[in-house]
Design a protein. Structure first.
Length: 219
């Protein structure tokens, strides 16, 4: 194990939480009078949102604690080449930058979770030109990158949970909501922009994708 990798992963993940959650919520409150947090409200409206929210919360907790448990010697860390750990750090850092940029592009429309009664503007600028859910892409990059820096069974579980939560929230909660709220603009946009990466996951059959299920807010 590279001795720097686990504490570096812990610091990097903590920085991501501060920038993408705490700092952004404070800026949103100053901008709109609301923190943008609809998680509890959305979870009360939709079972899929509850499952996704639990997955997100569990992944974040794991991402915060796993590196420090590894640093303290309480979790065995698999030996990996220095180059691999460095690539993980680059991926996580790029994820933080992507997340910050995407949140800035969303402006007043930024939300965590979905409120069925709320309608926000459809954002298609910045990273959203190529990817419909760049913040979720960023979260998966951060989780996978820090797990790669100091891989343990717990950090890998966190990466799996984050990926599953992003899939559930996107496919079962947010996309159906946007297809209802922006029934003309979103199908055209979704046919061009990828779901998590450019060119992949574009919606071709919008009739199937728009089956009523829940509501949407972008996090």
């Amino acid at each position: 194990m590279n001795e720097w990798a686990a504490p570096a992963a812990g610091l990097l993940y903590a920085a991501a939480v501060v920038l993408l959650l705490i700092r952004r919520s404070w800026r949103q409150y100053r901008l709109t009078g609301s923190t943008g947090f609809n998680g509890f409200r959305g979870a009360a409206q939709d079972p899929s949102a509850r499952v996704g929210g639990i997955g997100f919360a569990a992944a974040v907790v794991i991402g915060l604690v796993a590196p420090w448990l590894a640093t303290a010697g309480l979790l065995p860390v698999w030996n990996i080449p220095l180059l691999v750990a460095g690539l993980g750090a680059l991926a996580a850092a790029a994820g933080v930058q992507l997340g910050v940029t995407a949140q800035q592009a969303m402006g007043r429309s930024w939300r965590i979770g979905v409120d069925q009664a709320e309608t926000t503007a459809l954002v298609t600028d910045g990273p959203f030109r190529l990817v419909r859910n760049p913040i979720f892409t960023a979260l998966m990059m951060i989780q996978a990158g820090t797990a790669t820096m100091a891989p343990t069974w717990l950090s890998l579980l966190g990466a799996v949970l984050m990926t599953a939560a992003c899939q559930i929230q996107t496919r079962l909660v947010e996309e159906p909501y946007l297809l209802r709220r922006h029934d003309t603009a979103y199908p055209a946009y979704a046919a061009e922009a990828g779901r998590f990466v450019p060119g992949a996951g574009r919606l071709r059959d919008v009739t199937a994708a728009s089956t009523p299920h829940s509501s949407r807010g972008r996090s």
